[in-house]
Design a protein around this ligand. Structure first.
Ligand SMILES: [Zn+2]
Length: 71
């Protein structure tokens, strides 16, 4: 796994989350050894969700188009 900011090496890390919940919660995440960029599971899930939505959006116009039907 590589950093999305600097392409540096990401290492597994234990992260503490104090924003999403009233009690501190530990979660697994990834930390870049080069720039310190952190990706946790929630961020990754949001990113995956956004990516899948952008794919759906990019596919939508082609669905209504009938001129590109594969032979
Ligand atoms: Zn980085």
């Amino acid at each position: 796994m590589h950093c999305t900011k600097c392409e540096g090496l990401m290492v597994p890390d234990d992260l503490i989350d104090m924003q999403e919940s009233s009690i501190p919660m530990w979660m697994k995440g990834w930390r870049c050894v080069s720039c310190g960029n952190i990706i946790d599971q929630l961020i990754q899930q949001h990113r995956d969700l956004r990516d899948s939505w952008s794919k759906v959006k990019s596919l939508s116009p082609s669905i209504s188009r009938t001129d590109k039907v594969p032979a």
